[in-house]
Design a protein around this ligand. Sequence first.
Ligand SMILES: C[S@@+](CC[C@H](N)C(=O)[O-])C[C@H]1O[C@@H](n2cnc3c(N)ncnc32)[C@H](O)[C@@H]1O
Length: 350
Amino acid sequence: MKPLSGAEFAGRLPAPARQEGLVVRHPLAAATRPAALISSPRSPSSAKNLGGLGNHARSGSQCPANPASLRVVSSAILQLLSWGFQQLELTKVLRPRWTAEQLLSRRLGCRPVELYLEPPPIAAEQAVRFKADVAARAHSVPLQYLMGSASFYGREFLVGPGVFIPRPETEVLVDVTLRQAQGQRDVVIDVGTGSGAVAITLALESPGIQVQAIDKSPTALSFARRNADRHGCSVSFLEGDLLEPCASNSAGMIVANLPYLNPQEAAAWPRELHWEPWLALDGDQEGMSLIQKLILQAGSVLKQDGRLLLEIGAGQVQQIQRYADAGGFRVSQVVSDLAGLERVMVLWKN
Ligand SMILES: C[S@@+](CC[C@H](N)C(=O)[O-])C[C@H]1O[C@@H](n2cnc3c(N)ncnc32)[C@H](O)[C@@H]1O
């Protein structure tokens, strides 16, 4: 499957979906709508009426006069969940029931457990959108894009088409950087910041340092800025190519999770990956071309004794060691992730 840019991805979606952020229409969405259970918002037995149960239950006011309405609301939700579960199971999505619960509770603005214990009102449009979400997930759209956020280092970060989804293994890069940053008040530069997950986490966990973050992608930077606002932290975001926007001798540390995949292996990548921006994945020439360029630039941007911390891919240590030697760095540490794969290299400026 050919990878899509964020714009191409959005272009595939129908207009209402594009306004919404991400909805993929599915023929089943309208065809299987259980008319008796999910009524049109305009009809007298509308979603507002169906929603009476949720409102009563929340406010603690009287129970609905007609206990049948309780069964109607719950069975609408259960039928939708069951439909979603079946679609996802058929297409071999991992954890299909959990995924259906996540998607429906997001559409209804409640916690998954409330779907069973205290079902909120459901409008016909919400049911249609849920079905479109299920269809999108069945087509390998990453769950984080459908939910609109991803967890990283215990915090939620906004993500969507056009920005890389932060991964758990990158938490190793953050851990190693925080250890190196202890007691420092220097400038730390995050190159290829994406959603800003690394830069924002460093700024929040180590308030003494000043964090700058660079990305070539304006879409990624707009997510990163919104994430910094949401987490109330101060990071300077710059648009540019690698370290090009930075002054000489300005930083104590540079951290980077740059693209390190080999584009020649793209056909074997998991299907989900093809929805993420190509710019965030393609490391060119066996995945290491950007890392090589960064090492060559980093020497002049780092102060004396400055450090460069790199997230790397499988089997890249030896080649990067050679780039480090040529660029005036010595490798002080190689740290493995929880899966035992060499994941982070720490390079000291000679
Ligand atoms: C693998 S993603 C990592 C994003 C984020 N740091 C993280 O760990 O979640 C790589 C990022 O590098 C950016 N990028 C790619 N080439 C770049 C370049 N030449 N200069 C600056 N940023 C670049 C991409 O836009 C993408 O956001």
